[in-house]
Structure formats: structure tokens, C-alpha cells
Design a protein around this ligand. Structure first.
Ligand code: LHQ
Length: 260
């Protein structure tokens, strides 16, 4: 277990678990936590043995967004704070060619909601809540919130929600398509471990490239998308996991993907 600034990092069996660790404030985001998260995501990127990342919160919260006790200092130059603390983490999660699972164990508010939304999958405890937060203090969605929530929910629902600040329960979040799955709070850790273990045995490079393709599809034309699919499929055929997948099929046995 590595203790970065306000962030815990642990790797086991191909799974990196990144835990936001300021439980007394529901893991409200500070500048130091931002640095810690960058270090943890950087470690997951650098370690070839890591094939999936789980992002969660210590205690009863996932992340309550910007720490409001730090706010006076932040408000002086919020643009710079966003660029230094939040944007590198959002970019790093999207650029990471490995799946990132948000295990939403409790409230996700403001930039904490944006962070969960930036991940590839969201598995929530039935006790989790989702709160836009921004408009509650007269702000606009940031840290990618306007980008990801808009894409996940569609314009009408996203606008209604982000401007009215309704506290959304886990069941409704599932119904809206904001999360992939909801489980009993007691089952969250084992269920997330099960899903992560599954991803740790899948062809990691093809999953990373699928992530790139889906992000590209948001703004691409069909022609641009077809070109990128062809380019990445060419790259996928160069992987060991492609050879293993074909061989396993022909030999009528389950594949043993190495992630290479
Ligand atoms: C907190 C916080 C918190 C400090 C709970 N700060 N202590 C803005 C600025 C700059 C750059 C980047 O981007 C942003 C974007 C943002 O993130 S703006 C949105 C900021 N977040 C919020 O406005 C959410 C504020 N929190 C809440 O609305 C509630 O705490 C939620 C809905 C998250 C959870 O409610 P409850 O489950 O009822 O918990 P609670 O309110 O009792 O909180 C527990 C403790 O955590 C409490 O401390 P205490 O000492 O009384 O036990 C809170 O003060 C503390 N806490 N959020 N953001």
C-alpha cells in the first residue's frame, strides 16, 4: 500500500485500487488530494502489470467535490485551480488505456460527481447519492461535468438535473443510465473486486483502444470513425492477445489473455 497525498494506492493481481482518503469530509477534494490522485493514476499508467483501476472513497463518501473550507483560497483564481488540480486528473483517466471503474460507495457531489462520470464504469452502493452541487453554490459544472453528464444523460435530463441540484439516489441513477450497476452497500467491495478481476483477464490493449474509439466517436464523422477503427484494428492485430484469442478459438479452449 502506497500513501500518496490524501490518496491510497494498492496493486493486487493486476488491479490497482485508488482510494480518496479524507473520510472526515466525505473525501472533499483539496490541492494535495489532486496531486495524490495524479501520482496514483501515473503509477497505474506506468505499471504494465496493472490492467484495471478501481477508484473509490474511504469511509462513507465517494467524493464531496471541492473542499469548501479551502474555498476562499480557491475562489481567488478558480481557473488556475481547475487547470492545476482537476483537469490533469480528468485528462489522465480518459487517456489511460486501461478500464477505470468508479466504486461509488457514498455521496458523489460537484467535482466528485464529475470524477465518477469521467470513469469508464460506475458501480454504486445502494446508499450512494449523486449531487450536482455546483449550482447549489452558484457555480457551473466543471472538471468535465458538463461534458460527461451531458453525454451520459442527454441534454434534457442533464440540464434539468444540473440546474436544479436534485439529490439523486442510486436506484434512480441506475434508471437514468448514470451508473452501470447498483448493489447492497455490503456487497460493493466484493462485487467491484469481481468485476475488476474479470477486466484484469481481458485483452487490455483492445479495451484501451475501445475506450479511445468511443471518446473519438463523440465528435467524429462516420468517415473519421471508420478510419480510426481501421487504424486501431490494425494495431489490435499486432497484439499477443489477438493471436491468443484466435488460437484459443481454433483449439477450442478458453483464451488466456496476458494484456500484451
Ligand atoms: C465537506 C464537504 C465539502 C468540505 C461535506 N467541503 N467539507 C469548485 C471550486 C473550485 C474548483 C473546482 O471545482 C469546484 C466544483 C465543486 O466541486 S463545487 C461543489 C462542492 N461540493 C458541494 O457543494 C457539496 C457539499 N456537500 C454536500 O452537499 C453534502 O455534504 C453531501 C450531499 C455531499 C453529503 O451530505 P450528507 O451525507 O448529509 O453529509 P454532511 O453534509 O453531513 O457531510 C459530512 C461531513 O463532510 C460534514 O462535516 P462535519 O464536520 O459536520 O461532520 C461536512 O461539512 C463535510 N463535507 N462536503 N465539499
Amino acid at each position: 500500500m502506497t500513501n500518496y497525498e490524501d490518496v491510497l494506492y494498492e496493486v493486487r493481481d493486476g488491479v490497482a485500487v485508488v482510494t480518496l482518503n479524507r473520510p472526515e469530509s466525505l473525501n472533499a477534494f483539496t490541492a494535495s488530494m489532486g496531486r495524490g490522485l495524479q501520482q496514483a493514476v501515473g503509477a497505474a499508467l506506468a505499471d504494465e502489470a496493472v490492467r484495471v483501476i478501481v477508484l473509490t472513497g474511504a469511509g462513507r463518501g465517494f467524493c464531496a467535490g471541492q473542499d469548501l473550507t479551502e474555498f476562499r483560497e480557491v475562489a481567488a483564481d478558480i481557473r488556475e485551480r481547475l487547470e492545476q488540480t482537476y483537469h490533469p486528473n480528468i485528462r489522465a483517466i480518459r487517456a489511460l488505456e486501461k478500464p477505470v471503474i468508479a466504486a461509488v460507495n457514498g455521496p458523489a457531489a460537484g467535482a466528485g460527481l464529475s470524477l465518477a462520470a469521467a470513469c469508464d464504469l460506475r458501480i454504486a452502493a445502494d446508499t450512494a447519492t449523486f449531487v450536482p452541487g455546483f449550482i447549489g453554490i452558484g457555480l457551473v459544472p466543471d472538471s468535465g461535468g458538463s461534458y460527461f453528464i451531458h453525454r451520459l444523460l442527454g441534454n434534457a435530463r442533464a440540464f434539468d438535473w444540473m440546474t436544479t441540484n436534485k439529490r439523486l439516489g442510486a436506484a434512480e441513477a441506475l434508471e437514468w443510465g448514470l451508473v452501470n450497476e447498483v448493489v447492497d452497500a455490503d456487497s460493493l467491495a466484493p462485487r467491484v473486486a469481481e468485476v475488476a478481476a474479470l477486466y484484469a483477464k481481458l485483452p487490455t490493449k483492445a479495451i484501451g483502444m475501445t475506450k479511445r474509439l468511443f471518446d473519438h466517436a463523440d465528435t467524429a464523422s462516420l468517415e473519421e470513425q471508420l478510419a480510426m477503427e481501421a487504424q486501431l484494428q490494425q494495431a489490435a492485430t499486432q497484439t499477443g492477445d489477438f493471436r491468443e484469442g484466435v488460437n484459443a478459438f481454433l483449439e477450442k479452449r478458453p483464451p488466456n489473455f496476458s494484456g500484451a
